[in-house]
Design a protein around this ligand. Structure first.
Ligand SMILES: [Zn+2]
Length: 139
């Protein structure tokens, strides 16, 4: 898997638990102990109430497509072979939203839509990095 040519996320002390959870195929996101909101992306304090009492909690990995676009062309050579592909903002059941790709679907407006139920897929692109992607829930 050393031939992976796309940009990779850099883990840091704030985000490391998220990337670790993806490697374990058991996604976790932060939840605020003071206002009980789940949040994503990882942060040092809650964007809703300012609390620093954030804990990592497992989430279902299920959600719906909040908004999306189909990328037909790109100037980035690392992504050219993927076109067309779907970039979506997925709203998790727990309420926070995660930017990702929708896979295992024809990237066409009649086959992928806002509100579609999706579930996480763990894409281990390198030994160190597993990316969260989503696919339509069967049925
Ligand atoms: Zn809060």
């Amino acid at each position: 898997m050393t031939d992976y040519t796309k940009p990779l996320p850099k883990s840091d002390p704030v985000t490391a638990p998220f990337w670790d959870s993806l490697r374990r195929k058991a996604v976790e996101v932060q939840c605020c102990e003071d206002c009980n909101q789940f949040l994503f992306y990882p942060r040092a304090h809650c964007p809703a109430c300012g609390s620093r009492a954030l804990t990592w909690k497992p989430v279902s990995g299920r959600g719906t497509i909040y908004t999306m676009t189909i990328v037909e062309k790109t100037g980035n050579r690392n992504f050219k072979q993927d076109c067309p592909y779907v970039v979506a903002l997925v709203e998790l059941e727990e309420g926070c939203r995660m930017m990702s790709n929708i896979i295992d679907v024809t990237p066409a407006p009649q086959d992928v839509r806002i509100g579609m139920p999706v579930e996480i897929v763990y894409d281990a692109v390198t030994d160190d990095v597993t990316l969260p992607k989503f696919r339509p829930v069967a049925g």
